[in-house]
Write a protein that binds this ligand. Structure first.
Ligand code: SAM
Length: 261
């Protein structure tokens, strides 16, 4: 691959990512709201709308962190279950399915687990918390109906290995959806965007999370990530078909989707 990751040695990158997320876990949710002015919630809603969750599915959210995407998918599965139950003539309970939430960092998962207990979502029995690496997923071949990864693939050491793993665990007909920061599609805003991300974000990190360096790293990793077209071709190279992408907020983020046929 040649999209700039060579600048950071591999072991160094894995170590840095580990440190960043252990350090930011407790303040992660509030930082997301502050840095994106709440927009990350809308972006995650759009990701889950692309998934179209349904009752009975096996969903895998990789780099799931503190659960934002997994919880949205679960709520949509619960609505689908309630709707099907209402219209069903059989007294039998419609199966809810499972949301498997996989992350390499136990600190992030712990934060998510705490939130699931607080909100009552944990009671559904549908959430399955797994510590694991996107590059070596602890899931069987063809066992998953839909795979999501939000703001995660930028952090894995070998993007191609993570995409191969997504392809392996999905069943035939299964869908891959990736939400990630991308490159602005409106070049006139680049200067403003750069000023905001290089100056304001690390300062919010310093004041709120007492960790300027981690947020500096996050901003740099966004700039190094391949643009929409290049990432789409990486998704195709892993074997996915019908690969498309949608820009969100003028290309600040993009959702890439693909299918395993
Ligand atoms: N998806 C969540 C969200 O959108 O709020 C969390 C995103 S957070 C920016 C990135 C997450 O990726 C962190 O929780 C980090 O621990 C996880 N991560 C980094 N490298 C990973 C890897 N190789 N495998 C699995 N998770 C990884």
């Amino acid at each position: 691959a040649s999209f700039g990751y060579e600048e950071v040695r591999e072991e160094e990158k894995a170590e840095r990512v580990g440190h960043v997320f252990s350090s930011v876990a407790p303040s992660y949710d509030i930082m997301n709201d502050l840095m994106s002015a709440g927009l990350h919630r809308l972006w995650k809603d759009r990701l889950v709308a692309a998934v179209q969750p349904y009752a009975g599915m096996q969903h895998l959210d990789v780099a799931g962190g503190t659960g934002d995407v997994a919880f949205r998918v679960l709520r949509a599965m619960q609505s689908s279950q309630a709707q099907q139950q209402e219209t069903s003539s059989s007294p039998e309970q419609i199966a809810l399915g499972h949301v498997h939430l996989c992350d390499i960092n136990p600190g992030m998962l712990q934060e998510g687990f705490r939130k699931a207990q607080e909100t009552g979502l944990g009671k559904s029995g549908a959430l399955h918390w797994v510590t694991g690496d996107a590059e070596q997923l602890p899931f069987q071949d063809a066992s998953i109906d839909a795979y999501t990864i939000a703001f995660g693939i930028r952090n894995v050491t070998h993007i191609d290995a993570a995409l191969d793993e997504a392809f392996r665990v999905l069943r035939k007909g299964g869908a891959f959806h990736c939400l990630e920061f991308s490159q602005l599609a409106l070049p006139g805003l680049q200067e403003l965007y750069d000023a905001y991300s290089f100056n304001v974000i690390p300062q919010i990190g310093r004041v709120v999370a007492n960790d300027e360096a981690s947020y500096q790293y996050l901003v740099e990793s966004i700039r190094r990530f391949p643009d929409q077209q290049t990432f789409a071709s990486l998704v195709r190279m892993a074997g996915f078909k019908n690969v498309t992408y949608k820009n969100l907020t003028g290309g600040v983020c993009a959702i890439h989707s693909g299918f395993k046929w």
